[in-house]
Write a protein that binds this ligand. Sequence first.
Ligand code: SF4
Length: 457
Amino acid sequence: MNGTLDAALVAAYGNSAPRYTSYPPATQFHSQFGAGELADAIGAHDPAQPWSLYVHIPFCASVCYYCACNKIVTKHTERSGAYIARLGEELKLLAPLLGRRPALKQLHWGGGTPTFLSQDEMRVLMGLIAERFALLEGDEGEYSIEIDPRHAPDDTLHLLRALGFNRLSFGIQDFDPRVQTAIHREQPYALVARVFATARKLGFQSLSTDLIYGLPHQSRESFAQTVEQLLTLSPERISLFNYAHLPERFAPQRRIQAADLPAADVKLGILGDTIDRLRAAGYVYIGLDHFAKADDELAVAQQERTLGRNFQGYTTNGGLDVLGIGASAVSRIGNVYSQNAADLEEYEASLDRPALPVRRGFSLNGDDLLRREVITDLLCHMNLDVPAFERKHNLSFRTYFASELMGLGPMQHDGLVDIDENRIQVTPRGQLLVRAICAVFDRYLRASNRRQFSRVV
Ligand code: SF4
């Protein structure tokens, strides 16, 4: 065990809490926010600043039983063509607000499964984006796409590189065939290794992978084997997610037998073993469930305090405004969050009118902004520079956050945080429980049902 986490701490602080990909969490978004508010936010964007664009592709060819994402499982590949036409319409409606082809520093296609698209559709979609944004030359931009190794033949990878993508992220989850069968995601190590080899040859700069612990039939030994196999591929980034079994909320999870899931102590053992092994292999623990090689941009951004957090998780260039297009996509622009209709029919019907498909959002007030900054600093840097915060906002931290500092008392006693007049520092012991530490600063959590969020560990 890694010595930073024990069962008593998990019992005390491992309860449900938001992942803070936004503050306030998306559960606070409301329907009084609409297209007008989004237009105002885009209008207030500093034209000298480049954009980050997120494109949501909701389709998957088959369902993974653990999945809790917003997706549409279909064999009807023709559905994506109609969807791309709507993405084009959405970009057309946004164009007058964005001004003439602003620079695009970051681009991410997520899902669902973006590799559900045919090669022609990928070309068309990138063309639609390039009509509205100036893509940066060479590898100046960070352009990433989530790929399913089962749908990523060599020619697709060639095309993605030619279209300008320079980063790939892969769902791996577990290499054990027994686990893969139980989660309905069969992708042998040899297949993933081939995709990696091709991606390396083509010069993709950063390969990012997801693992999930807590899946059926996993044991400490079996997962250790998965981690060793993954390390042979040497990905730049590794995410290690905790599977939350909530079959009453997520229908695909009803295909997973609760009796096959590892016990809580086994899960904790897997987590501790994996953290130890990844650190020994030279990965930096960025925070929450993310690890990166020491020279990866994510680790460098953390060193340089430019790491940020958005709906894709940790991100370099955290200060960029993010525009999200597609069903359910979220934008984060200045002081607002805006979310599109998650329901595909509603999203498409809105664009057919045509109208921007915004369904809900949130405008942050002064208090929200202060709390967002505290939570972001704790999540991204594991500390808060109190005097700098006070100077920036012209307030007394001790007075403004008096009740939160009291709330942190038990965590300080248990060694999760060190607090003095200059700094709130998350300790190595507190790092895995940082969501619980952030939750102390969450004004909305007190009034909400915590069970809608996943467990911290
Ligand atoms: S895990 Fe990913 S590929 Fe699998 S069903 Fe969910 S969105 Fe689709």
